[in-house]
Ligand binder design. Structure first.
Ligand code: F3S
Length: 77
């Protein structure tokens, strides 16, 4: 299983992740990214389905500040 959340402290609102993986990431009022998949609320507790794994990896690879965190277990942020 895969889980993800965005470290907003280091996100620079570049906008790449939401363009790459719009089903997983969107932006808050300040333009900082957050996980919106299945109303996760950027807590990293929602299992990302396998058909989004490619988007997940592409978004992580494309983030200039490595703010997209991915793990095999829930983050419980
Ligand atoms: Fe922020 Fe990285 Fe997305 S800088 S907007 S988390 S690509």
């Amino acid at each position: 299983a895969k889980y993800t959340w965005v470290e907003k402290d280091t996100c620079i609102a570049c906008g790449a992740c939401g363009a790459t993986a719009p089903d997983i990431y969107d932006y808050d009022d300040e333009g900082l990214a957050e996980v919106i998949y299945s109303n996760d609320g950027n807590k990293g507790n929602t299992e990302i389905p396998e058909d989004l794994y490619d988007d997940l990896q592409d978004a992580s690879d494309g983030c200039p500040t490595d703010s997209i965190k991915i793990a095999d277990e829930p983050f419980n942020m």
